[in-house]
Design a protein around this ligand. Structure first.
Ligand SMILES: NC(=O)c1ccc[n+]([C@@H]2O[C@H](COP(=O)([O-])OP(=O)(O)OC[C@H]3O[C@@H](n4cnc5c(N)ncnc54)[C@H](OP(=O)(O)O)[C@@H]3O)[C@@H](O)[C@H]2O)c1
Length: 286
């Protein structure tokens, strides 16, 4: 299958890592289904980018916290593939997520259910349903987090939801292999997704302190790893993780601020400034 003849669904294409991934895939010749939650304008920029290169990018809105939203996204992908000459689905990037928190002490059952619904249930059912639309050569990439691999009680529910994503990656790999479909995950550490907190020197230094390399990651660093896992260059790779956290999971450095959550640092140093089009309750910092 040539890349010119295939589509990839990127969930959360309105966010930092999702938009960078969608852009990279368009640049490589794929058509992209660009899922978004509340930020349509971010996906409109991708549509313009695609059009400027003669490629196609189709926005689809869906709330992935609800099963009806997951089903709507699956139906829209089906409709688009059929409408466009039965275009094959080459890839799925399970990137959309609710970031950070809530803490061990503060979490309540509603929080818990919401994080698990968006971050783990949606990727599971998108993988189950959309892998049926893929043929040999299909590739699924999940986006996990370095937060799974070090202790941060302030973000325990987020970390649990991402641990489920890593389990999905491992267990689905064997189920999908007979159909020639691969599934892997990337593990980002702190990645500048455009949230204003990344511009605050104190917060940025705190975040960079988790890595053994300089600074935090750029969204393109994560997108390139996702692009590799979607490509034929990784055709013998399935059921595994690619760590793009700059060594944050090594536990090699003393923490810059002790065992506190990023949320507490952000709130202490610079109260969260809402991202464009988002409410003050949003967590768009990794
Ligand atoms: N940035 C980091 O430091 C970091 C570190 C480790 C892992 N990660 C992971 O990387 C991935 C992308 O993160 P990011 O930094 O790019 O975050 P981001 O800029 O905040 O983007 C998050 C994306 O998820 C979508 N989303 C959130 N809740 C949703 C819902 N209920 N229904 C539908 N869509 C929803 C958002 O859509 P709308 O904005 O349109 O609502 C947005 O497109 C996530 O899986 C995150 O856990 C990020």
């Amino acid at each position: 299958m040539t890349e010119e003849q295939s589509a990839v669904l990127v969930t959360g294409a309105s966010g930092g890592i999702g938009a960078a991934t969608a852009r990279l895939l368009l640049d490589r010749g794929h058509d992209v289904v660009a899922h978004h939650g509340r930020r349509r304008e971010a996906v409109d920029a991708l549509v313009s980018h695609a059009e400027s290169m003669g490629r196609r990018c189709w926005p689809v809105q869906a709330d992935l916290g609800e099963m009806s939203g997951v089903q709507h996204l699956v139906s829209e992908v089906d409709r688009l593939l059929v409408e466009h000459d039965s275009l094959p689905l080459k890839g799925l990037v399970n990137n959309a997520a609710k970031l950070l928190g809530p803490s061990f002490d503060a979490a309540d059952p509603d929080d818990f259910d919401l994080y698990l619904a968006i971050n783990a249930r949606a990727p599971f059912f998108l993988t189950q349903q959309l892998s049926r639309r893929m043929t040999t050569g299909g590739s699924i990439v999940n986006v996990s987090s370095a937060g799974v691999h070090f202790s941060s009680p302030g973000d325990i529910v987020y970390a649990m939801s991402k641990a489920a994503v890593e389990a999905l990656t491992r267990h689905a790999a064997e189920a999908l292999a007979p159909r020639g479909i691969r599934i892997n995950a990337v593990v980002p550490g702190f990645t500048d997704n455009g949230h204003p907190a990344f511009q605050d020197p104190a917060i940025r230094t705190y975040m960079a302190g988790f890595s053994v390399l300089d600074d935090v990651a750029a969204v393109e660093d994560v997108a390139r790893a996702i692009g590799f896992l979607l490509s034929e260059d990784s055709r013998r790779t399935t059921g595994t993780l690619i760590d793009v956290s700059g060594g944050s999971t090594l536990g090699a450095r003393p923490r810059t601020a002790g065992k506190v959550s990023l949320r507490s640092v952000v709130e202490e140093v610079a109260p969260l400034v809402p991202a464009p089009g988002a409410s003050a309750q949003d967590e768009h910092v990794g």
